[in-house]
Design a protein around this ligand. Sequence first.
Ligand SMILES: [Zn+2]
Length: 70
Amino acid sequence: MPNYYVNQNPQPDGYHEVHVDDNSCLHPPLYVNRVPLGWHSNCQSAVAAAKQRYILSDGCAYCVPNCHTR
Ligand SMILES: [Zn+2]
């Protein structure tokens, strides 16, 4: 059951990407840009938490593909 974080910097399309904090991501943001989301049992919960901060949030295509929707 991993921790997740969201990139404080949006992608060019305006979305903030949610990543899993287990070093599995091929394209992670810099540490300084990572906003912790805490522990979540699934990516849907993690993205919901990110949306409380950034309404445009989505899963990273590389490390959270099940919640990558765009
Ligand atoms: Zn990622």
